[in-house]
Design a protein around this ligand. Structure first.
Ligand SMILES: Cc1ncc(COP(=O)(O)O)c(C=O)c1O
Length: 481
């Protein structure tokens, strides 16, 4: 390091260890601060109000560690707190300990998943782990995949390969010809529409299929839409089934959709970003039956596998198609190795080593630990659903198939418009008075409440108390209150 320097003594870790003590002091303080925060997450509130960000601009001079950690503490205290047992609003879990460690070590290694020489161990670990993950879904001998930064990117990549394979347009793109279309349910994640937009098909290139009363794709409706598209001169090439819809957690009928995909020669993609986790539960994996016929699957371990964000995957039944219909070789990368430069296969070039935290988490929890977590959250969901069903003034949006309950108050004597206000008021009441965060999604044009029962520290007793609080709210509700 040049002397004299304005840089702090611990700006970097000296590779000869000369400033080890200074760095160690910082690491220990941060570790203590993070632990103080997470070990008291239950007393912080699930969704703190943001009072002040104290943003003072980028400083001219370096900042000392003590005030920096104080500012960090302020930001932490105002952050979403998914570790709180009353945090139920979204598909955001408390982080598994091993995944926190994995993220920290990945940052320390600062390898690059772009190429084998930039991440020699981790570029070998990722395909091995992803091949194992693909086997969980029964995708067969030739399967494998990639980690992506989120499920939206996984869906985009799957549908890009689908388009390149089915329309044979890797080299020349979509010059002329009938407009290609993808089918997905009206309750599919918006990333499918974004993918259609990104693939040059426009938002209308994602044809939305009606759903049944249980929020699942209507299979007859799918076939009608396919025939309608063909009659209009469009070119259907892919169908997306969702296993765990974002708002209600329902599963489209996978075997029937697979059958229709085969009949019309469509690529069959399953967006199991949320629901894929149940492949790890011997008790519940039957719910995903049919997924083994998918050409590609999106699965986000960052959701129901408790891995820190981001950690998502795209899996292919025939990984060879990713090589033949997507791979762009980079001449600046060393290709001597038997292992693939993952940056040639991925939409992303430089990529964070998410594999480390996924691998560590799966090792630490084991399949049995994952199954236990999934089964416990199903048990808690059963209890939650029973509480809703006991109350005539509450209704379910669908019959839950995962640990996600979408419900609302429909108090008698009020119109559905008033129900919207009632539910929004209830949501705020539970957040302000009962340390419980339910989200307030729009579903079929109305406001609903959503609970995602991911947190293993949420107890049956807490769910009971939540419903007593809802009863009290309902009994005391005034239109102006
Ligand atoms: C079913 C489904 N697919 C895809 C996504 C997109 O994932 P991400 O937010 O990681 O891009 C989500 C996100 O909630 C989802 O619920």
């Amino acid at each position: 390091m040049l002397a004299p320097s304005v840089l702090p003594a611990a700006a970097f870790i000296d590779p000869q260890g000369r400033n080890r003590a200074a760095v160690e002091a910082i690491f220990q303080r941060v570790a203590a601060q993070v632990l103080d925060y997470l070990a008291a997450a239950g007393s912080q509130g699930p969704l703190p109000e943001v009072k002040d960000i104290h943003f003072q601009g980028i400083p001219e001079q370096p900042t000392a560690i003590a005030p920096l950690l104080e500012s960090l503490g302020d930001l932490m205290a105002q952050s979403m707190n998914p570790a709180h047992p009353g945090y139920m609003g979204h598909m955001d879990p408390l982080p598994a300990t091993a995944s926190i460690v994995g993220d920290w070590v990945a940052a320390a290694l600062n390898n690059n998943m772009l190429s084998v020489e930039m991440s020699p161990a981790l570029s070998r670990l990722e395909p091995l782990l992803l091949a194992d993950l693909a086997q969980l879904f029964g995708l067969g001998e030739k399967s494998g995949g990639l980690l992506t930064s989120g499920g939206s990117l996984a869906n985009l990549q799957a549908l890009t390969v689908a388009r390149n394979v089915k329309l044979d347009c890797l080299q020349k793109g979509l010059a002329g010809g009938p407009p290609p279309v993808i089918f997905a349910s009206e309750l599919a994640h918006t990333s499918i529409q974004k993918a259609a937009m990104g693939l040059g098909l426009g938002l209308e290139g994602a044809v939305l299929v009606p759903t049944n009363a249980n929020a699942q794709m209507d299979v007859a409706g799918l076939e009608e839409k396919i025939l309608g598209a063909i009659a209009q001169g469009q070119k259907p090439f892919a169908v997306v089934a969702t296993a765990g819809t974002t708002v209600t957690g329902n599963i489209d009928p996978l075997p029937e959709i697979a059958r229709i995909a085969r009949r019309y020669d469509l690529w069959f993609h399953v967006d199991a970003a949320y629901g894929g986790a149940i492949a790890l539960s011997p008790t519940h994996r039957h719910r995903l039956s049919g997924i083994e016929q998918a050409d590609s699957v999106t699965f986000n371990p960052q959701k129901w596998l408790y891995v820190t964000k981001t950690c998502a995957s795209v899996l292919f039944r025939d990984l060879g198609l990713l090589h033949s219909h997507f791979r762009v070789s980079a001449p600046y990368m060393n290709t001597e190795t038997d292992w693939v430069n993952l940056g040639e296969l991925s939409v992303q070039g430089t990529r964070h080593a998410d594999v480390l935290k996924l691998w560590l988490t799966l090792q630490h929890l084991g399949k049995a630990g994952c199954a236990e977590l999934i089964e416990a959250s199903y048990a808690l969901t059963d209890h939650f659903v029973a509480q809703v069903r006991q109350r005539p003034y509450l209704e379910l949006a669908s019959a839950p198939e995962m640990n996600l309950v979408c419900f609302r108050g429909c108090p008698p004597g009020r119109s559905p418009d008033q129900w919207n206000i009632w539910n929004a008021d209830l949501q705020q009441h539970l957040l302000q008075q009962h340390q419980t965060f339910l989200s307030l999604p729009g579903f079929r044009g109305q406001r609903w409440l959503k609970a995602v029962l991911l947190n293993p520290f949420t107890t049956v007793a807490q769910v009971g108390e939540l419903f007593l609080a809802i009863d009290q709210f309902a009994a005391g509700y005034r239109v102006d209150g």
